[in-house]
Design a protein around this ligand. Structure first.
Ligand code: NAP
Length: 243
């Protein structure tokens, strides 16, 4: 049985990804930071289906990430699939972004990917097998106005993915990236109806996406048979961005 760790799995895309892995026979390790009740209720749900566990850690903190992986190693040996999904967003004029805004954006969305990959890799390298799937954003591909710090870190995830894929390929580890478009979660709940309509109108499919649209792609990339796919960026965005 493969073991998957999904960061930021208490809500939204991460929670749906956890469900999809559970339904497909994986052992699922849920990471969360603030949403304890939601994470625990998801754990109860998943335990009806598969082996599952839960780990609280702020993934922007290297010490907490190390401790989480030490617990995972002690309980399960390690995780052979890592989904770096945890993230935050913020909409602000570039000139209004403070040092704190910038540093938080970098640490939660990008440094977390570095910390988690660094802790996950020794087990994968020993096994000569692993799957890393990083969640970027279409704004990381093309840039989003009033989301410069978010766009910058999401572009950083794409660069990290491509470079790490080259380094880890010889160890049987694939590293890929998904760049979602507009997905209906708490993160986009702040958009007004008018904003959502404008975004939908601009999307060739005429729709927004659901967490399941992303989860299905994560599952595909995590499969043993996806061994020849690495270093790639998958735009799941209804055609909003076509690179
Ligand atoms: P969401 O509904 O706001 O959920 C965010 C998740 O990240 C929550 O489970 C949250 O957990 C977790 N998280 C935040 N900070 C964390 C930290 N420091 N440590 C651990 N977990 C943390 O967002 P979402 O829409 O599902 O987004 C998931 C990912 O997709 C993000 O990386 C986001 O940038 C990306 N994305 C989303 C969209 C979209 O339209 N929704 C588009 C492109 C990319 P707690 O509540 O427990 O803290």
């Amino acid at each position: 049985m493969h073991t998957v760790l999904i960061t930021g799995a208490s809500r939204g895309i991460g929670a749906e990804t956890a469900r999809q892995f559970a339904l497909n026979g994986y052992r699922v390790l849920i990471n969360y930071c603030h949403s304890k009740e939601k994470a625990e209720s998801l754990l109860d749900e998943l335990r009806q289906i598969t082996d599952a566990d839960i780990f609280r850690a702020d993934v922007s903190d290297p010490v907490q990430v190390k401790e989480m992986f030490a617990l995972i190693e002690a309980e399960y040996g390690g995780a052979d699939i890592l989904v770096n999904n945890a993230g935050i967003a913020q909409t602000k004029l570039f000139t209004d972004i403070t040092d704190d805004d910038w540093n938080k954006m970098v640490s939660v969305n990008l440094s977390s990917v570095f910390y988690c990959c660094r802790s996950a890799l020794p087990f994968m390298i020993r096994k000569k097998y692993g799957r890393i799937i990083n969640i970027s954003s279409m704004w990381g591909q093309v840039g989003g106005s009033c989301e410069v710090h978010y766009s910058a870190v999401k572009a950083g995830i794409i660069g990290l993915t491509k470079a790490l894929a080259q380094e880890e390929g010889p160890s049987g580890i694939t590293v890929n990236c998904i760049a979602p478009g507009v997905i209906r979660t708490d993160m986009t709940a702040c958009y007004s109806e008018d904003d959502m309509k404008a975004l939908t109108d601009e999307t060739p499919t005429g729709t927004t996406g659901s967490p399941a649209d992303i989860a299905r792609t994560v599952l595909f990339l995590a499969d043993e048979k996806a061994s020849f796919i690495t270093g790639q960026v998958f735009g799941i965005n209804g055609g909003f961005v076509i690179t």
